[in-house]
Ligand binder design. Structure first.
Ligand SMILES: O=C(O)[C@@H](CO)OP(=O)(O)O
Length: 249
């Protein structure tokens, strides 16, 4: 038996457009992001990939992307599950900072370590800082040690995988087509797991906004096509390059 898992990074957000580190800050989609989400829904429909269940993070850019895409594909009625474990990587003290200014201030090497190294997190964000989510009511049920103040990608893998195994795989096992609407770095964590990408090589993988990425999985939940298939490969290639170039002049 094979199963279908579709990964969808949210459409462009207000802070993506401003080139700011976002992480757990709950910013909304902009007009371009909403249009990308609609196009994502059209691609699901035209490829006959109609989700039976959707999993999202607790952040509105992913929630609204899923809603727009699913309503567009006439699947707005499907079962919905949400978890903080699908949230974007917490960007620590970088949240709210301009990416280009950060690169200029700290240099290319430090910028890339914070942005794409596997196991070096940015400095922690104090709980009472302006862009901290430490006391946000949506995380009130988490014990303090689970509420991040910064994360590297390795931390995201560790907190995301229990959700994948406990909630997403059981949906795949019952033959459902599963949509996961999440974020650049939580999707990178999941792709790293699915494709068995090394800690070094994952630095070079970027996820475009709003373009569904289909993984057909075998009965061991391994990809039949390594890397999956973007439903619009040309648009994905261009958008991936744009993500990789963020922060460059
Ligand atoms: O700012 C962020 O939260 C992420 C995703 O937008 O950025 P980056 O691609 O730099 O990890």
């Amino acid at each position: 038996m094979t199963s279908k898992l579709i990964l969808l990074r949210h459409g462009e957000s207000e802070w993506n457009a401003k080139n700011l580190f976002t992480g757990w800050v709950d910013v909304n989609l902009n007009d371009k992001g909403r249009a990308e989400a609609e196009r994502g829904g059209q691609l699901l429909q035209s490829n006959d990939l109609l989700p039976d269940v959707v999993h999202t993070s607790l952040l509105k850019r992913a929630i609204n992307t899923a809603n727009i895409a699913l309503v567009t594909a006439d699947r707005g009625w499907i079962e919905t599950k949400r978890s903080w474990r699908l949230n974007e990587r917490h960007y620590g003290a970088l949240q709210g900072l301009d990416k280009s200014a950060t690169r200029e201030k700290y240099g290319d090497e430090q910028f890339m370590i914070w942005r794409r190294s596997y196991d070096t997190p940015p400095p922690a964000l104090e709980p009472d800082a302006e862009y901290s989510q430490f006391n946000d009511p949506r995380y009130a049920s988490l014990p303090p040690e689970l509420r991040p103040q910064t994360e590297c990608l390795a931390d995201v893998v560790v907190r995301m995988l229990p959700y994948y195994y406990d909630e997403i795989v059981p949906d795949l096992a019952t033959g459902k087509t599963v949509l996961v609407a999440a974020h650049g770095n939580s999707i990178r964590a999941l792709v790293k797991h699915l494709d068995g990408i090394s800690d070094a090589d994952i630095a070079g993988l970027n996820i475009p906004t709003g373009i569904p990425l289909l993984y057909e999985l075998d009965d061991a939940y391994r990809p039949i096509t390594p890397g999956g298939q973007y439903l619009d490969p040309d648009a994905a290639a261009e958008a991936i390059q744009a993500v990789a170039n963020q922060g460059k002049k």
